[in-house]
Design a protein around this ligand. Structure first.
Ligand code: NAI
Length: 345
């Protein structure tokens, strides 16, 4: 990783609720004693409004230089307009692994207790390759791309993660009964990587439709979920629903040399500007970033800060401090204050 020892990280506020939640998260990190030096750059509608490209080169250059970024959500127009900034960014920086831990939280009552899942989503291929064309008026096509290299590296990432973190099992979700070539390759690569390198890691695979049914019936049957891009996008939101919604699920986009941390949720235009968005998903993403910095540059301050923040938000939730999406009445900033008050025990 390039230059993370300086602990400079890029901050991309993004669109919609992005600026609100990033401001709250930045404040919590500062109060927790983080020594991260932020450099702020734009992406998305915010960049267009400033007369720049939707994904300005200066933004990607800054991530290339500093190695890590914390990113707010970016809006993508539906059915027309520019292609997704998020997809562009992941492809440009080869952030091939999306890592999304989905866990039950204290004080957040949901149908199931003790949900503990990690989704590993392939982030650069599949139907998100963006290769679409109109064959003839009224007939359009979208190309699903799977490469042996892409499928192998994401499977390797998932098994390695499972082994290093002593998780229980990897389950690949697929539809190789219908998409015999693309999902067939995804499955074949996972099996091969498993046989060659990770036979000690429990592994199985399931057809995705049945897997989704089983997930909502009993998530405790699952541990780590490995899947291609589109399935990962959809299943992430499904799993978010198991633990309280999109306000509480963080994420990391990991590449060989760079990493961008962002919540699973989008720019939430329905609540943007009202100051009511839950900043927790982005705060948890920031904790993932601090732990990543501790692992990759040995910054002890980062892991201490991460622990303090985790303690702060877990205690705040247990004490009933919640934003509207979790049934509470705190604003974005009031929830950040509640976490800050509980940082030191
Ligand atoms: P969304 O995640 O923005 O919102 C879905 C629902 O969840 C909304 O009712 C929203 O109010 C709620 N919600 C989301 N985050 C919340 C939070 N932190 N606190 C409280 N409530 C929250 O998904 P939607 O509406 O499908 O997408 C809106 C825009 O965001 C689109 O332009 C989409 O392309 C973009 N998007 C961007 C992502 C990214 O930048 N990584 C990821 C997903 C969507």
């Amino acid at each position: 990783m390039s230059n993370t020892s300086s602990k400079t990280a890029v901050l991309i506020p993004g669109d919609g609720i992005g600026p609100e939640v990033t401001a709250a998260v930045k404040r919590v990190l500062e109060k927790a004693g983080s020594d991260i030096n932020w450099v702020e750059h734009k992406a998305g509608i915010a960049a267009l409004d400033a007369g720049k490209e939707v994904l300005p080169e200066e933004t990607t250059d800054a991530i290339l230089e500093h190695g890590v970024a914390l990113k707010g959500p970016c809006t993508t127009p539906v059915g027309k307009g520019f292609s997704s900034v998020n997809v562009q960014l992941r492809k440009k920086l080869s952030l091939y692994a999306a890592v999304r831990p989905v866990r039950s939280l204290p004080g957040v009552k949901t149908r199931f207790d003790n949900v503990d899942l990690v989704i590993i989503r392939e982030n650069t291929e599949g139907l998100y390759s963006g290769v679409e064309n109109e064959v003839t008026p009224g007939v359009v096509m979208s190309m699903k791309v799977a490469t042996e290299k892409g499928c192998t590296r994401i499977a390797d990432y998932a098994f390695d993660y499972c082994q290093k973190r002593e998780r229980k099992k990897v389950t690949a979700f697929h539809k190789a009964n219908i998409m015999k070539l693309t999902d067939g390759l995804f499955l074949k690569c996972a099996q091969k990587v498993h046989e060659e390198k990770y036979q000690d890691v429990p592994y199985d695979s399931l057809i995705i439709d049945a897997a989704c049914m089983r997930l909502v019936q009993d998530p405790s049957k699952f541990d780590m979920l490995l899947m291609e891009n589109l399935y990962g996008d959809v299943v992430s939101d499904l799993c978010a629903g198991l633990v309280g919604g999109l306000g509480v699920v963080p994420g990391a986009n990991i590449g060989t040399d760079h990493a961008v941390f962002e919540a699973v949720h989008g720019s939430a235009p329905d609540i943007a500007g009202k100051g009511v968005a839950n900043p927790l998903a982005l705060l948890m993403s920031a904790v993932m970033m601090l732990n990543h910095l501790a692992d990759t540059c040995g910054c002890t301050n980062s892991s201490e800060t991460a622990e303090k923040i985790k303690h702060g938000y877990n205690t705040a939730l247990a004490d009933g401090c919640k934003t509207g999406d979790l049934g509470g009445d705190l604003s974005t900033e009031q929830f950040a204050d509640a976490v800050i008050e509980r940082l030191n025990g």
